[in-house]
Ligand binder design. Structure first.
Ligand code: GCW
Length: 689
């Protein structure tokens, strides 16, 4: 027995429609059958039919009398309309603009012709994604009689970043330990394959397996000790069209004891990396490149040598270029040793200030990976100003589905609605095609080295994600990066049906819970975009002043009269980093959206919000409301007792009961803190301690 469940690839027995019942096998020519990714597609179809309909599908090389599922690859497969969006005429394309040709990659078409189902990919990946889409339709009992679907993924890179450590722990892991590493060894087993299937089924095409904080043994991942196992793992990923990436220690030449400097402009350093990359790429076949956290939170980087991040990234990019490798370089660079008394330094500015002057200096195979907001995955943040700030640099959006600040997979918090808002944000970098989605999908500047990455939320728990409902974020992230036009609710419903079946009541209750979960969490969390207010270091549970007198640049500056950080032009000037249209809104407290007001401005508690409420009353109301929303969720959930299997029901029930208690803790601590600070009572006279 496996110690893991199948998540949304359960393929539970279902009714077979007439047109499906006629499909007796798979047809795929010999050459294609030799392709490992196509083999995965075939295995998946067989597994799917076995589970869904209890029957076997045979594989043949050519068509026979019987109706079949016909697999093929046609590089011209997607329709004109799916070929990449035109490069915006007002903007210079980044790098050489092979956009048109490249963009058809990984596309597929599904159709029904004379009773045969055709799954055609523009390449093997496209074929695999088409296969998963077809199986999804069968699982959801969609009518396939008039099957007709054409899809091309919108984001070129759809990536998961694991923060797994070699000792088996996971930084910010909330669902058990690593299934990639145990006690400094690399693990390759059936779970590796199941993981690859889950990831590929939602369109993930790249995975970084280790923590960006590369320390101790992880530095040795680019040495002989680990090549064999890493190559085995990479090969399994490759069978599912997933490129294998690793995080790299910038100071590896020093820490492996081979050089006494990691200065990117030192010729010995550059030569060392060239040789190293030659070795690594020849030992790990399916390697896509590396992710690097440099000069951030104690990690080494080019600053040590008085060099820029462009110097550092480009040196590595040059070393991986001969193998088609990519260097993904994080922009999460800030001073984490700030004095809380210092009102000038603003952590929110740091990513922008450290990178904006380097725009245009990065090599074509470097991608800057930028967190969605300028701070750190809080429940509400403005969009990072480097999106739309940079116009000559490849950028990728980093989000976090590991719910570090959003309930740590003990509270339910479905994040796809948040990601949708981020993707839709208009940066005003030019007149059209200027949203974050346009930028990171390559539409704005015509590049293909871009996309989305999520900090992963999986671990070795039986259900992969701790909270069963947290799997909706894994599923949703993949689906959204493939097809950002899907609504958060559509994705939620699809996931629910795949995971729990088609019962209407289950669908209605769980989709309502998911859709209300982020708003509820935001309600009982830190108010109006100010963030933090959590227990230091493990980041769970309320602690209003937890980070107030610390070194991390995370302050709310509350006193008895007001709260918030002045990031307007009177303050740190952060609000002015956006293009004029946005800057004008954020800089002005009268125009700033309520939900971000305290992020941008220090305001009196008596200030009347656009909603018509004072800030203090808003704090009380939202905190009571948040708890009411959770109570309602729990009540609704309990009505599903006879609709869900006991194992999953009880697992979720336990977490919901905890959330109910813990949301109260949030409510009462925040409300009491502000009542005590201000002395202003709740208009509605509710209990505040
Ligand atoms: O959110 C912070 C986390 C760190 C993490 C860091 C980062 C991997 O608290 O645990 O380190 O961000 O993104 O690098």
């Amino acid at each position: 027995m496996n110690n893991f469940e199948a998540a949304w690839l359960r393929y539970e027995k279902t009714k077979e429609s007439e047109s499906v019942a006629k499909l007796s096998g798979i047809v795929c020519d010999k050459k294609l059958q030799g392709n490992q990714i196509v083999q995965s597609a075939i295995r998946e179809l067989q597994e799917g039919f076995r589970g869904l309909f209890g029957r076997e599908l045979a594989v043949a090389e050519s068509c026979c009398e019987n109706r079949s599922i016909i697999l093929s690859v046609d590089p011209l497969c997607p329709a004109e309309s799916l070929q990449t969006a035109e490069v915006s005429p007002k903007t210079e394309p980044i790098g050489n603009s092979q956009t048109k040709k490249e963009s058809r990659k990984e596309s597929y078409r599904l159709s029904m012709q004379n009773g045969n189902v055709h799954i055609t990919g523009s390449d093997a990946n496209g074929l695999l994604y088409g296969t998963f889409s077809f199986l999804r339709k069968l699982t959801l009992q969609e009518d396939i009689q008039n099957l007709q679907e054409e899809k091309a993924p919108v984001m070129p890179l759809r990536m998961l970043n694991h923060w797994d450590n070699m000792d088996g722990s996971i930084e910010r892991g909330y669902s058990g330990d690593s299934f990639f590493f145990v006690k400094n060894e690399v693990v390759v087993d059936e779970r590796t394959r199941m993981y690859a299937r889950l990831a590929a089924s939602v369109g993930i095409n790249a995975v970084v397996i280790n923590n960006v904080n590369v320390k101790e043994m992880a530095t040795y991942m680019i040495t002989e000790k680990y090549f064999g196992k890493l190559d085995d793992m990479a090969e399994i990923f490759g069978e599912y069209g997933i490129k294998f990436y690793m995080s790299l220690n910038y100071a590896a030449p020093v820490e492996l004891g081979e050089l006494d400097t990691a200065d990117p402009l030192d010729e010995n350093v550059s030569n060392w990396w060239h040789e190293k990359m030659h070795e690594v790429f020849s030992r790990i076949q399916n390697l896509g490149g590396f992710l690097i956290k440099a000069d951030s939170e104690g990690r080494p980087g080019p600053f040590t040598y008085g060099r820029t991040h462009a110097d550092g990234a480009n040196m590595l990019a040059d070393a991986v270029a001969p193998y088609g490798g990519k260097i993904i370089w994080r922009c999460f660079v800030y001073n984490c040793k700030q004095d809380w008394r210092d009102l000038k330094t603003d952590r929110a500015r740091s990513g922008y200030d450290n990178f904006i002057h380097l725009d245009g200096q990065f090599a074509e195979n470097v991608i800057l990976q930028v967190k969605n907001g300028p701070m750190d995955f809080q429940v509400r943040e403005p969009v990072h100003p480097l999106f739309g700030g940079m116009t000559k640099t490849n950028e990728m959006l980093e989000v976090q589905i590991a719910q570090e600040y959003t309930g740590q997979q003990r509270h339910v918090c479905y994040l796809i609605p948040m990601f949708k808002e981020i993707l839709k944000f208009k940066t005003y970098v030019n007149q059209d095609a200027d949203t974050v989605c346009d930028i990171v999908s390559g539409k704005t500047f015509g590049q293909t080295n871009c996309g989305m990455a999520a900090v992963a939320n999986t671990g070795n728990d039986e259900n992969w994600t701790g909270h069963d409902l947290a799997a909706a974020n894994f599923y949703g992230f993949g689906r959204l990066s493939f097809e950002p036009d899907l609504s958060a609710e559509e994705i939620a419903k699809e996931w629910i049906a795949m995971t729990f079946g088609q019962d209407e009541k289950v669908m209605q209750v769980l989709s309502k819970i998911l859709m209300n979960s982020w708003p509820a969490y935001e309600n009982y969390n830190a108010p109006l975009g100010i963030g933090w207010m959590v227990n230091p270091s493990y980041h769970y549970g309320p602690n209003v002043d937890g980070y107030e007198y610390d070194r991390w640049g995370t302050y709310h500056r509350a006193d008895h009269l007001g709260i918030g950080v002045d990031r307007s032009h009177h303050g740190t000037g952060y609000a002015t980093l956006y293009h004029e249209e946005n800057a004008a809104i954020y800089d002005d407290p009268a125009k700033c959206p309520d939900e971000l007001l305290l992020f941008f401005h220090h305001m009196p508690y008596t200030h009347v919000l656009r909603s018509g409420k004072t800030i203090i009353q808003h704090i009380y109301d939202t905190h009571f409301k948040g708890v009411e929303m959770v109570d309602e969720m729990v009540e609704d959930f309990l009505t599903l007792e006879d609709k869900l299997d006991a194992k999953r029901f009880n697992r979720m029930k336990e977490r919901f009961f905890h959330q109910k208690e813990h949301a109260r803790e949030w409510r009462d601590q925040i409300n009491s803190y502000f009542y005590r600070k201000t002395g202003i009572p709740d208009e509605k006279g509710r209990e505040i301690f």
